[in-house]
Ligand binder design. Structure first.
Ligand SMILES: Nc1nc2c(ncn2[C@@H]2O[C@H](COP(=O)(O)OP(=O)(O)O)[C@@H](O)[C@H]2O)c(=O)[nH]1
Ligand SMILES: [Mg+2]
Length: 458
């Protein structure tokens, strides 16, 4: 599907840098570049994919000395005839080249338009195109590896394999339903075995995609607890920097504060909260401000994926600890018993609830910081290995979950003799869900939504 216009954009980041790359793609890119490129010979006469030294001119004067390379249709990123011009870094030279090219009729590319063309020209499927964004945005090795696997086509081939299995099984079921009375027990059992096998594959893929999504999105962990237990100190100790203000005056932190760290490849956004307690009336205006902070803390906790409930292990449990613990209800939580450098208080009889882990920490000495980060990591991934992650999006995880539901419904339908045909059509429906992330029938709106989140030049 050749595009009838030539698009151009700077593909590198703006700002001071060694080089900047200007891209051109579409039929006529080489001729357009040749109107301004002067080298030993025109680019059209240079071998494809070989850098040539020359200058870009605006017709009268030289804009920049450049290296230029042409790509042939079918052998470029977009699949179209393309040119890359490597000029000097900084914005001016690249801007100058793009201006010349757009004045001569090239169109400034939209965000993600090169990758969109690569998709439309069959150079990659939609799952791979989305993985490109994952690679660009990766903040850690684990995220990069999970995006890289998807970009290399591992997600696509797993999806295709599963869709094929589903189509095949639904076809063999459907071939039998013209004569449902003939479907004997042995055959039903064989279908059931096929479904179990698919279900297992779908579970593994779904889990790998969930891991990839968690790596991509990162997690938010709210640091909760009553005032003065050391939440801000703990946040600073986890970050290894003095981000939050720490004092011994209860109520110092009045607003929530975010900061992100990367632990074992997982990006963890910590949210320091003002702390939750019943604010005493005698505090007057200060109390009113603190109450607003308490409200913000509650909403920060609601928005978080997990909570770290901090208590002061050197003091006995207080009523306010209970109030704070209540505010974390419904979230997976870790109990951090802080100030373990001080003599511990007598153990109290009250229980603050159920915690995934209970860890003794000291924000002062740094004890327990790695255990705490590990605990957050384990809450995020459960028993799955982060190293198995396949970069995906909410959309992919949702369609996989829908497909998974169809498959288990098909399995229940099969248990009823009359449900054989229902099982067949549920499996066919699941196959459609599974294939959708590849984007074969993606609507124009969906494509726009996906590619508009890319940067210009990609
Ligand atoms: N000994 C000791 N003191 C701590 C520890 N963590 C915090 N503190 C002190 O406890 C007080 C309250 O700390 P802060 O982080 O402001 O508590 P927040 O109100 O929960 O944010 C400060 O005086 C800190 O220096 C710790 O692990 N050990
Ligand atoms: Mg604080």
């Amino acid at each position: 599907m050749p595009s009838d216009d030539v698009i151009t954009a700077v593909a590198t980041a703006w700002g001071e840098a060694a080089i900047a790359i200007v891209r051109l793609s579409g039929v006529g890119s080489v001729a357009l570049a040749d109107s301004f490129y002067r080298g030993r010979r025109p680019l059209a006469d240079e071998p494809a994919r070989r850098m040539a030294l020359g200058v870009m001119t605006d017709g009268t004067s030289v804009v920049d000395e450049v290296l230029a390379v042409r790509f042939e249709r079918g052998a470029s990123y977009t699949g179209e005839e393309s040119v890359e011009i490597h000029c000097h870094g900084g914005s001016a030279a690249a801007r100058g080249c793009v201006d010349i090219l757009t004045d001569a009729g090239a169109r400034a590319a939209m965000p993600g338009e090169f990758t969109k063309r690569a998709f439309l020209n069959g150079r990659m499927d939609l799952a791979q195109a989305e993985a490109v964004l994952g690679v660009i945005r990766a903040r850690s090795d684990a995220e990069l590896a999970s995006s890289g696997r998807a970009l290399q086509g591992e997600l696509s081939s797993r999806l295709m394999e599963l869709a094929d299995d589903l189509t095949e099984l639904s076809a063999s079921i459907e071939a039998r339903i013209d004569f449902p009375e003939d479907v004997d027990d042995a055959e039903t059992e064989e279908f059931a075995r096929g479904i179990v096998c698919i279900k297992n594959k779908a579970d593994i893929l779904l889990e790998r995609c969930r891991v990839g999504l968690t790596l991509r999105n990162g997690v938010r962990a709210a640091i909760a607890g009553r005032p003065n237990v050391g939440k801000s100190s703990l946040m600073n100790a986890l970050l290894g920097s003095e981000r939050a203000i720490v004092t011994d005056i209860p109520g110092t932190t009045r607003d929530t504060l975010d900061a992100t760290l990367v632990h074992r490849g997982l990006s963890i956004t910590l949210v320091d909260t003002a702390g939750v307690r019943d604010v005493p009336d005698f505090l007057g205006d200060a109390g009113m401000i603190e109450s607003l902070g308490v409200e913000r803390s509650r909403s920060a906790i609601k928005e978080a994926d997990f909570c770290v409930l901090v208590i002061d292990a050197s003091e006995g449990p207080a009523d306010d600890d209970m109030t704070a613990a209540m505010s974390t209800h419904g979230k997976p939580a870790i109990l951090a018993a802080n100030k373990c450098d001080l003599p511990p208080a007598e153990p109290g009889a009250v229980s603050l609830g159920d915690f995934a882990r209970e860890i003794n920490v000291s924000a002062l000495t740094g004890e327990g910081m790695t255990e705490l980060k590990d605990a957050i990591f384990e809450l995020a991934f459960g028993s799955s290995a982060a190293s198995d992650g396949l970069m995906s999006t909410e959309r992919v995880v949702n369609v996989l979950a829908s497909a998974r539901k169809c498959v288990s419904d098909a399995s229940s339908a099969l248990e009823h003799a009359c449900g054989v045909d229902v099982a067949g059509s549920l499996l066919a429906e699941a196959a459609e869900y599974i294939a959708s992330p590849l984007g074969r029938d993606a609507s124009e709106e969906l494509l726009d939504e996906i590619f508009s989140s890319f940067c210009v030049g990609k």
